[in-house]
Design a protein around this ligand. Structure first.
Ligand code: NAP
Length: 343
């Protein structure tokens, strides 16, 4: 078994990581970290467990430690990180320098040229950016990222369309409150409401999607040339980001061909990659967050409402933001690191 630790284990994504990793056939949870306020307490005590399954017995008595290299046992093989990005920016490089391999969900460093940003079904070859990273930074360990939850929802569907030559993408999101973490949006702000701004989210979608669909030439990742513009909205759903996408392509693309390409887009040969990766609907009113976010155990993307536009297609897509969009994405990247010999 691979000995693993979870950084930021008490948070919304940290609890999802525990849900996914505790029964995982290849990973054994040995270390849990959080802020100094939680350190020294049992996990049951430190985490206000809010996940939708009972807290696993095997983690309840683990003593939470501080998030620092000297607090984490040397024989931990792989760390999963769900720290606030400012904390991740400080601690993750220290951990990689100390020899730990880190699969991170935090938003810091995602666009750094020598940090691979990966969805294993889309750009698994970018994992080799880690060779450049270790050369340039002199690290014995490694740091790999998954993208932002709203980006992950859209990119597998775009990857399926890129054989027609993506030129321009417009996207408007309807994002669930869990994407902001437990203390992110208060009930007074969001009930009976929608908030047409999520700080930094538009820029993340616009940049990260071009890196994910870019090409790695062995030395650097060249960003995809498509032009991406996003508008992000918070709505009062709990989980599941729904997105309206307009994709313009160089070659003529019909709605039927777009749906078929998404349905046929391959999953990855990794334990957490769902089959199919993209579930397509013929019903124009699907996918919907409450009905469809748990497809493929929360790891599938779904798409529907395909229609023709002047220069391409318009469709809607959906994914579970804390599973496929966060914790599950990090787990899948951990499986890729293991498969590729980085762990
Ligand atoms: P959260 O619920 O606020 O949890 C934050 C975690 O970090 C907690 O375990 C907290 O420990 C720990 N922490 C806070 N300050 C710390 C410090 N100074 N040192 C060490 N640990 C500290 O946040 P979240 O929603 O899980 O998000 C975590 C990360 O994932 C963020 O970077 C977020 O942007 C990203 N993300 C979230 C989603 C989503 O859907 N929620 C999706 C994609 C990406 P304590 O309990 O001790 O405070």
């Amino acid at each position: 078994m691979v000995r693993i630790g979870i950084l930021g284990a008490t948070g919304a994504v940290g609890q999802r990581l525990i849900q996914l990793l505790e029964p995982h056939p290849e990973f054994d949870i040995v270390t849990l970290t959080a802020s100094p306020a939680s350190a020294g307490r049992s996990y049951r005590d430190a985490a206000k467990w809010r996940a939708d399954s009972p807290i696993p017995e095997s983690v309840t008595d683990i003593e939470v430690v501080e998030t620092a290299p000297d607090a984490i046992p040397n024989d931990v093989d792989l760390l999963f990180s769900s720290l606030p990005s400012d904390v991740g920016a400080e601690v993750e490089p220290e951990l990689a320098a100390a020899g730990y391999v880190v699969s991170s969900n935090s938003s810091n460093a995602r666009m750094d040229p020598d940090v691979p940003l990966i969805i294993p079904e889309v750009n698994p070859d970018h994992v080799n950016v880690l060779e450049v990273q270790q050369d340039e930074r002199g690290w014995d360990g490694a740091l790999l990222k998954n993208p932002n939850c709203s980006t992950i929802t859209m990119v597998p569907t775009l990857a399926a369309l890129d054989e027609w030559g993506l030129e321009s993408v417009r996207v408007a999101t309807l994002q669930a409150v869990s994407g902001a973490g437990y203390s992110g949006v208060t009930s007074m702000e969001i009930i009976d409401n929608a908030i047409p701004h999520i700080g930094g989210e538009e820029q993340k979608m616009e940049r990260e999607s071009r890196k994910l669909l870019g090409s790695f030439d062995g030395a650097e990742v060249h960003l995809h040339e498509m032009d991406v513009a996003a508008s992000c909205n918070r709505i009062p759903t709990i989980d599941g980001h729904l997105e309206n996408v307009w994709a313009d392509t160089r070659e003529s693309l019909s709605p039927e061909a777009a749906a078929e390409a998404m349905a046929d887009y391959p999953s990855a040969p990794l334990p957490s990659s769902p089959e199919p990766l993209v579930h397509t609907f013929e019903e124009p009113e699907r996918p919907q967050p409450r009905l469809d976010r748990n497809l493929g155990n929360g790891m599938a993307v779904s798409a529907g409402g395909f229609r023709e536009t002047d220069d391409g297609v318009q469709y809607n897509c959906l994914a579970h933001n804390t599973i496929r969009g966060a914790a599950g994405a990090s787990v899948l990247n951990g499986e890729l690191l293991l498969e590729e010999g980085w762990v």
